[in-house]
Design a protein. Structure first.
Length: 397
């Protein structure tokens, strides 16, 4: 059993010092601190009137039958809900239906009420609105406080975040405050029909296998979901959802950081997760000059260029162009894999593509097992022919 102290909650009353039978709690800078000799007996947890001492045992003792509904924590940028939230709503809808429960969205922020209609049209049954001027974008502590309080009050069975920079920072903060587990970077979610537990699938052992993780004894079950692997539902114009305003209690200690400026990143290219067509290269491309050929093909197709991890490590592409387990997950209409062997680390990031064309000289390359069209040939022969054909077609138009 793990025991920890939430420093933001501790008032330094020292009541826990007397409660600890082994003297494993001391005071540092006016706050309680747990020493290494702690035996995890839990005596200090009950002694703290402030609720500043937590343990993961408290989550295991909860009556899981009290927890219902599937929650998606919406992510906003410059006042608008991001596409990754819509993707998780699509998956969340299937999970909620399998449980026979509601799909709910947590919409937390400053001036975000205008987004409630979009949440309803994209599958939400309930929108929990947490509006407060101190819930500005980038303020992690106030958001963690508001979301954690909402979960304690409403007791959802499942809580999902996007595995974006925001979600990867927020979800661990919330799970720690609640004393429950968190499965990160999931690429698949389902409901066990017998136990009704959430089946959380993610790459493991360096991407060499896929592990399915369950949390049978604690609630809520929490996951971050990799962007680009789930499918958003087609919006239903006019669809309505119940809007519920929840109280937000922000404390002074939640405002220790000030956001001086938010700057929207400008892309020279389309973000890979939004690309309709992707031309991707691997080790077989051989050089940065080789990627110039892929750039030319992409220009004629109106596509984006991407690559494998080795292409980034060799300096042929920038990190934002990497597809795979340690890069981005994409689901374009067309994915052209050039000189890519098809190792699971890369394949995990592009399996959602509607049509996959693979070009490789190795007839046994794993990429051919998942390709819709397999071209067993040298890419430096095939691609120039494609470029010439596209140019002729363009001239004819």
């Amino acid at each position: 059993m793990a025991i920890w102290i939430e420093k933001s909650e501790c008032i330094g009353c020292e009541s826990c010092l007397e409660a600890c039978p082994v003297g494993a709690i001391s005071m540092r800078d006016g706050l309680a601190f747990i020493e290494e000799r702690c035996t995890s007996c839990g005596a200090c947890v009950e002694s703290c009137a402030q609720g500043a001492i937590n343990s993961d045992a408290s989550a295991g003792d909860a009556d899981i039958s009290e927890f219902k509904d599937v929650w998606v924590v919406a992510e906003t940028m410059h006042g608008n809900v991001r596409s990754c939230t819509m993707e998780i709503l699509g998956c969340g809808r299937a999970l909620a239906d399998a449980l026979g429960q509601r799909l709910c969205v947590v919409l937390a922020g400053k001036g975000v009420s205008s987004q409630t209609e979009a949440m309803a049209e994209n599958g939400a049954d309930v929108v929990y609105l947490l509006e407060n001027n101190r819930l500005e974008e980038g303020r992690m502590l106030p958001h963690a406080r508001a979301i954690s309080d909402a979960i304690r009050e409403r007791k959802p069975a499942v809580v999902l975040f996007a595995a974006t920079p925001f979600g990867r920072e927020m979800a661990p903060r919330v799970s720690r405050r609640l004393g429950v587990g968190l499965t990160a970077d999931c690429t698949g979610l389902d409901i066990d029909p017998e136990t009704k537990n959430l089946l959380q699938t993610r790459p493991a052992w360096g991407g060499n296998l896929m592990a399915t993780i369950i949390s049978p004894d604690t609630r809520p079950q929490m996951s971050t979901v990799r962007p680009g692997v789930m499918k958003a539902l087609p919006p239903e114009p006019g669809r309505k959802a119940e809007i519920m305003h929840l109280k937000v209690n922000i404390r002074p200690e939640d405002q220790r950081l000030d956001i001086l400026k938010l700057k929207k990143e400008s892309y020279k290219h389309v973000n890979l997760t939004d690309a309709r067509i992707i031309v991707s290269g691997g080790h077989g491309v051989g050089s940065k000059e080789g990627f110039g050929l892929l750039e030319e093909l992409a220009g004629l197709l109106g596509a984006e260029v991407a690559g494998t991890r080795i292409a980034v490590e060799e300096g042929w592409l920038t990190p934002d162009r990497q597809v795979g387990q340690t890069g981005k997950s994409v689901c374009p209409e067309l994915y052209i894999a050039c000189g890519i062997s098809g190792a699971i680390q890369h394949s995990a990031g592009m399996l959602g593509s509607k049509t996959i064309v693979a070009i490789n000289t190795d007839p046994a390359a794993p990429i051919f097992a998942i390709a819709d069209f397999a071209i067993n040939e040298d890419l430096f022969k095939v691609i120039p022919e494609l470029i010439d054909a596209l140019k002729v077609r363009g001239d004819e138009k």
